[in-house]
Design a protein around this ligand. Structure first.
Ligand SMILES: *[C@@H]1O[C@H](CO)[C@@H](O)[C@H](O)[C@H]1NC(C)=O
Ligand SMILES: *[C@@H]1O[C@H](CO)[C@@H](O)[C@H](O)[C@H]1NC(C)=O
Length: 483
């Protein structure tokens, strides 16, 4: 029996990394002929990633998944948008060396079957080409977002549209992967910024030349978007999601030395579907003025709440890593904690999946990171959107308008790439929270429950993502170079 070895190259951002490791587990669990080597690039900062990768060696006991840590590249550039590109470029020689060692040490029945690259590591396709093996891309966002990238790249390169001119534009765009018109104001900052738009869309161009794109979504969630991809020039597309790391939660909890037991105990005491949960992802934080408006909105809404309130990063750098307040009272309105003590709980870091799984949760105010979106759908919790960065505005639009699965606090709030929305007022926030919490039983609420069931079905034997994973494995084995 020939063993097919895949080389995985994730970027060291916790969401991407965890998803790719979960993907590797799915592959090796499904087919005994496959094994995976995950190459881990090292950032000069980010303790979360470090503790996660350090825990992998012991937690991922699968003998057919190996982790290779690449040497640290200390690149100090702070140039907008180019940090990641430079970082990945600087890791190319390390990847090349690691793969060469892998090939040298392989037994006669082991064969390199190809690279599975993070969606922003497409420059590594060169290395696969040099070795004469196929490349696949692992896409950690939605099928609609993949469609957007492919479409914008065509507009730019074939129709000579200057994409950055959509910045501050009120126009609505006709995108093949949506049935609705897309407001330009929900395009991600990365394509509205002239330094970053070309390198970013270059990924779309290069993805076209791979053997396939593995997408963390499922057909029943985005049927229109998935079908639109072939017409946009995508290679084979494999929707294999939702890939979540639900067991990983408990591991992660240990990072900060607390496991969130007090949070779960508090939730146990709340009535079913009564609590609104506010959480903005691993990079989510707000300044003090905004925090005060949020507090005011929560208090006035009268709803029970669990609020993950993070402290702004202490230093402004390329990667913003918030921390927890020793005492959140220092940024909250006078007396807030006291007045809301019987209905609310303010916490720092949150065990998000465990909270979403709890029956007390009735709604989720979310930044709409794709990973969190998939988690909330999995648990059937309806979202009110409050995007911050990356492609979150786009996700919010897809959820609210295209799919009817969420309500909005705001769809076009943003705070990245030097673009800052103003502060959302307590009135706006309160309105959004009321709408979220007081529409139990509505059409969209029912739809969320249905999608939740479909997401689980997709992964079980015979489900759409299960079948798609099978097709991927067949193709990986068929595409292997003959030796
Ligand atoms: C998704 O994000 C949540 C919250 O940041 C994190 O706890 C979880 O591990 C992530 N899961 C994946 C698969 O990336
Ligand atoms: C695209 O438009 C922006 C904003 O109008 C402008 O600053 C930039 O120079 C243009 N880029 C090109 C390549 O024409």
């Amino acid at each position: 029996m020939t063993h097919a070895e895949l080389v995985f190259v994730p970027i060291p951002a916790i969401g991407h990394l965890i998803s790719m490791v979960e993907m590797a587990k799915l592959l090796v669990d499904r087919d005994p002929r496959l094994s995976v080597t995950v190459l881990i690039m090292k950032l000069p900062f980010d303790a979360d990633v470090d503790s996660y990768t350090n825990s992998l060696a012991t937690s991922v006991a699968a003998t057919r998944i190996r982790f290779v840590h690449l040497p640290c590249e200390n690149i100090g550039t702070e140039i907008l948008g180019s940090f990641l590109t430079d970082f990945i470029e600087s890791n190319k020689p390390h990847v090349k060396r690691a793969v060469a060692e892998l090939v040298d040490s392989a037994s006669s029945t082991q064969q390199l079957a190809g690279f599975v690259l993070d969606m922003v590591c497409t420059t590594m396709i060169d290395l696969a080409d040099e070795l004469g093996v196929p490349s696949y891309v692992f896409f950690t966002s939605s099928a609609a977002f993949l469609g957007m990238m492919l479409h914008l790249q065509l507009l730019q390169d074939e129709h000579h549209v200057n994409i950055t001119e959509f910045k501050d534009s009120a126009s609505e765009l006709d995108f093949p992967s949506f049935t609705n018109l897309l407001p330009a104001k929900v395009l991600p900052s990365v394509v509205l910024t002239k330094e970053s738009v070309r390198p970013f869309l270059e990924h779309a161009k290069r993805m076209r030349a791979t053997k396939g794109i593995i997408v963390n979504t499922f057909d029943e969630l985005e049927p229109h978007a998935v079908r639109s991809l072939a017409g946009l020039g995508a290679p084979a597309v494999y929707p294999v999601g939702p890939i979540l790391s639900l067991n990983g939660e408990t591991k992660e909890k240990d990072i900060d030395g607390h496991r969130g037991d007090d949070i779960m105990e508090w939730l146990d005491k709340q009535p079913p579907s009564s609590v609104v949960f506010l959480c903005f992802g691993s990079r989510g934080w707000f300044g003090e003025d905004q925090v005060k408006q949020m507090a005011c909105a929560l208090e006035r809404s009268g709803h029970r709440f669990l609020w993950s309130l993070r402290r702004p990063p202490l230093s402004k750098g390329q990667v913003e890593i918030p921390s927890d307040y020793a005492d959140p009272a220092e940024v909250l309105p006078e007396g807030f904690l006291h007045r809301t003590a019987s209905v609310g709980k303010v916490i720092g870091w949150a065990p998000q999946a465990a909270v979403l799984a709890h029956r007390a949760i009735g709604g989720f105010v979310s930044h709409c990171g794709w990973n969190s979106t998939l988690e909330s759908l999995w648990f059937g919790v309806r979202v009110a959107t409050w995007p911050l960065r990356a492609e979150q505005q786009f996700n919010a639009f897809e959820l609210v308008v295209e799919l009817g699965l969420a309500t909005e606090i705001k769809m076009d709030y943003r705070r990245d790439f030097r673009m800052e929305s103003g502060i959302l007022t307590a009135d706006e926030i309160e309105g959004g929270i009321r709408k979220l919490m007081e529409e139990a039983g509505s059409e969209s609420w029912k739809k969320v429950k249905e999608v939740s069931e479909k997401s689980r079905k997709a992964l079980t034997e015979g489900g759409s993502s299960y079948l798609s994973l099978g097709r991927l494995i067949d193709d990986i084995l068929n595409n292997m170079p003959l030796i």
